[in-house]
Design a protein around this ligand. Structure first.
Ligand SMILES: Nc1nc2c(ncn2[C@@H]2O[C@H](COP(=O)(O)OP(=O)(O)OP(=O)(O)O)[C@@H](O)[C@H]2O)c(=O)[nH]1
Ligand SMILES: [Mg+2]
Length: 206
């Protein structure tokens, strides 16, 4: 039992899912957020992996027990994965900004996610590998997100995890924003304590 649990100071308990095409950097960004070191060469995720994490959400100063599920982007796992996650509070849907195919796969991931979660889940579309030459423009990604009424952010595992520059965010800021959205959706009692609104300046919260 962690010291937080012993003291009974955990304020919220959220289940978070990370999905999207293979090789888009889901595991790499998650480990940046968890501040863990991963062994190299890197390996693809098989099925799904569970990462429990007790964490203080800075914008609200709430202590959160996160149950993060990192999943494989291989198509053969998609149905099995989503079948297991009907009551997730939040999801990060990844694509690789330097790989058009991963962007083209978004429709399938999104459709299946909505089918199992309905509107229960707060979702952010994440364009990763922003450090590489891009095949998808910011506008294309925003337009896609707008159609689905989703929030859009860009990241890179090369960046400082605390980076926050409008829609360009590091791994920790990305999770902070997702949990802020989850709280807005699920925690009426903490709603008023949220100290910043995640809506970026030029409306990429579509
Ligand atoms: N240049 C660059 N490479 C990245 C970035 N994030 C991840 N990578 C690389 O992309 C490759 C795939 O990363 P993973 O984190 O395994 O991707 P994944 O989405 O978890 O892949 P699956 O588990 O197979 O679905 C690795 O070689 C990473 O080093 C990034 O932001 N920039
Ligand atoms: Mg992975």
């Amino acid at each position: 039992m962690s010291s937080y649990e012993e003291k009974g100071t955990i304020n919220e308990n959220f289940k978070v899912l990370i999905i999207g095409a293979r090789n888009t950097g889901k595991t790499t960004i998650l480990h940046k957020f968890l501040r863990s070191r991963i062994s190299w060469p890197h390996y693809p995720t098989l099925g799904f992996e569970y990462h429990p994490y007790i964490w203080v959400h800075k914008p609200t100063n709430q202590t959160i027990r996160l149950q993060v599920w990192d999943t494989s982007g291989q198509n053969k796992y998609r149905q099995i994965i989503l079948h297991h996650f009907q009551r997730v509070h939040g999801a990060l849907v990844f694509f690789d900004l330097s790989d058009k195919n991963s962007f083209n796969e978004l429709d399938n991931w999104y459709r299946d996610l909505r089918r199992v979660c309905g509107n229960y889940c707060a979702i952010i579309l994440v364009g990763n590998k922003s450090d590489l030459p891009r095949e998808i423009s910011i506008q294309e990604a925003i337009d896609w997100a707008k159609k689905k009424n989703m929030y859009y952010l860009e990241t890179s595992s090369m960046w400082d995890p605390l980076k926050e520059d409008d829609r360009l965010v590091g791994a920790i800021t990305l999770f902070e924003k997702l949990i802020t959205l989850v709280m807005e959706k699920h925690c009426k009692e903490v709603k008023t304590k949220i100290s910043y609104h995640p809506q970026p300046r030029d409306s990429c919260f579509c």
